[in-house]
Write a protein that binds this ligand. Sequence first.
Ligand SMILES: [Zn+2]
Length: 117
Amino acid sequence: MKKETHPKYYKDIQITCSCGAVYIAGSTKETLKTELCSACHPFYTGQSKLIDAAGRVDRFNARRQAKTTLNQKLEEEKKEKKGKLIEERLEHLVEEKKTTAVKTAKAKTKKTTTKKA
Ligand SMILES: [Zn+2]
């Protein structure tokens, strides 16, 4: 048989919870930390408390806020671009009408001249 295959066992170590509760138990580790225990878990307390040990909710909210502001900016830029595009199109149309009017006028004068001749 191999010797010393078992890790050292500590009879009474302290398990500390993030809520402040301390438990004594046996373990192969000298100390243990936990984020939830029977004193603070919503299942035992009956309160619906948001469990946010790593600040995930805050990070999510920050990201969402950043995204919404970015989207708003993009939306505004889009609107500006659309307005500019419409203006450009209108200008283009006006120019086209002018040129076509000139062309038709020229054609009319040509026609009239050809008719006369
Ligand atoms: Zn706890």
